[in-house]
Ligand binder design. Structure first.
Ligand SMILES: Cc1cc2nc3c(=O)[nH]c(=O)nc-3n(C[C@H](O)[C@H](O)[C@H](O)COP(=O)(O)OP(=O)(O)OC[C@H]3O[C@@H](n4cnc5c(N)ncnc54)[C@H](O)[C@@H]3O)c2cc1C
Length: 378
């Protein structure tokens, strides 16, 4: 059995790791010219769903590295007003923090030749005798395989052909997402799991990414890991309701918008914005994809954001993509062992995935609701 995966994001890389460890031939084709091509380094809250999938797919030798690059999250979510006076606290779910960019590097370990960068998928055609031919613009022109997996994110070209009626929905909400090198002054703002600072109109959410062991230290011990250099940082997010007046200010950078929104706030919060790493701070549109009608069963399937893209407010998109990879891996192992025909394995995977994927998107949209309305209406 030969599997072609489109997209070297978290889901695609997790799947190729899991399949290769199971002795199944699999290769990932990625559009970007390299792993560092774009801003990708935000912090993810990894819960049991994603963590157990990662551990199932990564070879055991990499488990200690996975543990070392996590960050611990403990305690409650503190609520502060804009003068940094405590106004309350909420309980938190169990999770650890992980940096997406560092995790992608870890997921590349040992499978270098099975990940092809600079190959953008352009389309596919089912082959008369079974299987599928995938076409690429890049170094590769076409590849035949038994199964094609679209793990190519929210703008999935595989989904566009397989399920063209599945729409991408723009929630209208915009998010300012920044990261600021961690200092003692900034760490004091986050005594627990996370902190929300609010003036009643604008809320800024702060979270720590404090690596148990810095990636550079791990590289010094094992240079073959090739992890990116990264220091501890503070991740901050400000969500903006659709049509917030500040969004019309095209003359302002993302950082200037954040400073405008927090005018008059405590100096420590404003310093977080002022000291942000500009290369890793962005203004994002919050868009989602929810699985629409089921496509005809065949040698093409989807995983992760390509078929269920959540809003970051749900904190579950990466966890669900990793879970997909593990679920599909398990089904393909059953095919390898002669316990299931490939078509039944894909069908069983899709039936479950569409169910829990739909619920993951719905959960993230419920969490997003409070940011859709202008502050006065909340
Ligand atoms: C700011 C932010 C915070 C988040 N926080 C969390 C969190 O705390 N917890 C959580 O669970 N989730 C979180 N998420 C969501 C999570 O990051 C995504 O759900 C997850 O990365 C999806 O993984 P994926 O592999 O499906 O897709 P992606 O990671 O998007 O990867 C898709 C890959 O496909 C490639 N590609 C696209 N088109 C083509 C093509 N035509 N040919 C070849 N390659 C192609 C892309 O270049 C990309 O590398 C957050 C998201 C954001 C933006």
């Amino acid at each position: 059995m030969k599997v072609t995966i489109v997209g070297a994001g978290l889901g695609g890389l997790c799947l190729v790791q899991g399949l290769r460890a199971a002795g199944i031939e699999a290769t990932v084709y990625e559009r970007d010219p390299g792993i560092t091509a774009r801003f990708q380094g935000y912090r993810i809250g990894l819960g049991e769903l994603g963590d157990s999938a990662l551990r199932a797919c990564l070879p055991r030798a990499l488990h200690p590295v996975l543990e070392a690059v996590k960050g611990d999250l403990a305690g409650e979510r503190t609520r502060l007003n804009h003068r940094l006076e405590r106004t309350g606290a909420d309980s938190s779910a169990l999770a650890v923090a992980i940096d997406r960019h560092v995790l992608r590097h870890l997921l590349l370990s040992g499978i270098g030749e099975h990940v092809r960068f600079g190959d953008a998928f352009t389309g596919y055609e089912p082959l008369p005798g079974g299987g599928v031919r995938a076409h690429f613009a890049g170094k590769t022109s076409s590849i035949d395989s038994d199964l094609l997996v679209g793990a190519d994110g929210i703008g999935s070209a595989v989904r566009a052909q397989l399920s063209p009626e599945t729409p991408v929905e723009d929630s209208g909400v915009r998010a300012l997402i920044g990261r600021t090198p961690l200092t003692e002054r900034f760490a004091a703002l986050v005594p627990g799991f996370g902190t929300g600072v609010s003036d009643g109109e604008v809320t800024m959410m702060l979270g720590l990414m404090r690596f148990r062991v810095l990636p550079g230290v791990l590289n010094a011990m094992a240079p073959e890991l090739g992890l990116p250099e990264a220091g501890h940082y503070l991740r901050w997010v400000i969500m903006l309701a659709p049509d917030h007046s500040v969004l019309a200010r095209q003359d302002l950078s993302m950082q200037e918008i954040a400073l405008e929104l927090t005018r008059g706030w405590h100096a420590d919060v404003r310093a977080v914005i002022e000291d942000a790493d500009r290369d890793n701070s962005v203004l994002l549109s919050i868009r989602t994809v929810s699985p629409a009608e089921r496509w005809p069963a065949g040698p093409v399937t989807l995983l992760g954001d390509a078929i269920h893209a959540t809003s970051p407010s749900g904190g579950n998109g990466a966890n669900t993509a990793l879970h997909d990879a593990d679920q599909l891996r398990r089904k393909l192992i059953a095919v390898r062992d002669g316990r299931l025909p490939l078509a039944d394995a894909v069908n069983a995977y899709e039936t479950d995935m569409i169910d829990y994927g739909t619920e993951a998107v719905a959960h993230s949209l419920r969490e997003l609701d409070r940011f859709r309305r202008p502050a006065a209406a909340r």
